[in-house]
Design a protein around this ligand. Structure first.
Ligand code: MG
Ligand code: MG
Length: 315
């Protein structure tokens, strides 16, 4: 049997059964954005996320600096989605022998820029040769309260701390390989190549969030994780999902349906969380609510439609 036949989650399911966790200091193991251990009363987060050439990035279309920045951002996003802040990291590099040094040097300049921006350190790593470029970061964070995917409750509201869909539009624009781009198109491309994680949301999440996840696979796919792991029905209110003017301009120009991007575009690195509080904070959008039941629904002008869970497939 090929691993692709099992799919990402089927494979995880099988593999984790081989190595069950039997350790009382482990607060959260497999199945969330980070794992979490209790070290002398402190909640420490672990996460790792990889960027593989031709899978996550294209050397011909993205600058090495941006690739370095993004490697850091995608990992910070997972730490934030558990309510934490990043502290220390290590890196594994797989590099083709013929790779030009200047490429990896510039990846590191992007990594440095991101480390300074998010305020944490890279303190170790290792290198191997490989057929494609592989950049894998292992990140350690700290949290006061672990925010999991599996704790949404009926009666809560759903919030996001930014816009969705921009990154996918940016990727499509990049793939068009146009000679020139309009300003709004450049901004969309940047949303894909240089995502910025809003770490300043940590305090609000610590205060108010219950279930929490970062949107890497798409709003519906990641809300699906909350819904199924929390055993609740989640309802998105169509007109409450914010549409960024740049995405609107993109959809108008290329005759696309913005909801394909808002609901199913991935790599937004925006935080999606549930809270019983009726929040009114700047740049926090209330987009839905949680009820008894199961699944992900869209409320469109009083009509409730069950949404198919589709998003980025990792295998
Ligand atoms: Mg995540
Ligand atoms: Mg991740």
């Amino acid at each position: 049997m090929k691993v692709s036949e099992l799919g990402e989650f089927g494979l995880i399911d099988r593999l984790t059964k081989i190595v069950p966790i039997n350790d009382k200091d482990v607060v959260v193991g497999y199945g969330d954005d980070c794992s979490c251990v209790n070290i002398n009363g402190k909640l420490i987060l672990f996460t790792n996320d990889i960027q593989v050439e031709n899978r996550h990035f294209l050397k011909s279309l993205q600058s090495p600096r941006d690739i370095g920045w993004k490697l850091i951002s995608v990992n910070v996003s997972d730490v934030l989605s558990c309510g934490g802040i990043p502290k220390w990291s290590q890196i594994s590099l797989g590099l083709p022998k013929e790779l030009d040094y200047s490429f990896i040097e510039n990846v590191y300049k992007g990594i440095k820029e991101a480390l300074d921006f998010y305020r944490f350190s890279l303190i170790g790593g290792n290198i191997s040769s490989s057929s494609e470029i592989i950049l894998d970061l292992f990140l350690v964070g700290e949290t006061e309260r672990f925010l999991s995917r599996s704790s949404a409750k009926e009666g809560e509201f759903l919030y996001i701390n930014g816009y969705t869909g921009l990154s996918r539009a940016g990727l499509e624009l990049l793939m068009m390989r146009k000679k020139t781009y309009e300003d709004f198109e450049k901004r969309l491309i940047k949303a894909f190549t240089r995502p910025v994680v809003k770490l300043d949301t940590t305090k609000l999440l610590q205060r108010s969030a219950n279930a929490c996840i970062d949107i890497s696979d798409g709003l519906v796919a990641d809300l699906g994780h909350i819904a199924f792991q929390s055993n609740v029905k989640t309802i998105l209110v169509k007109e409450k999902i914010p549409v960024h003017p740049d995405l609107e301009a993109f959809c108008k120009k290329y005759k696309k349906d913005p909801y394909d991007y808002l609901l199913y575009g991935g790599e937004d690195y925006v935080i999606l969380f549930s809270s019983e509080k009726d929040l009114e904070e700047k740049d926090i959008f209330k987009i839905g609510f949680v009820e008894k039941g199961r699944g992900v629904y869209l409320l469109d002008d009083k009509k409730e439609i069950e949404l198919e869970i589709k998003g980025f497939e990792h295998l």
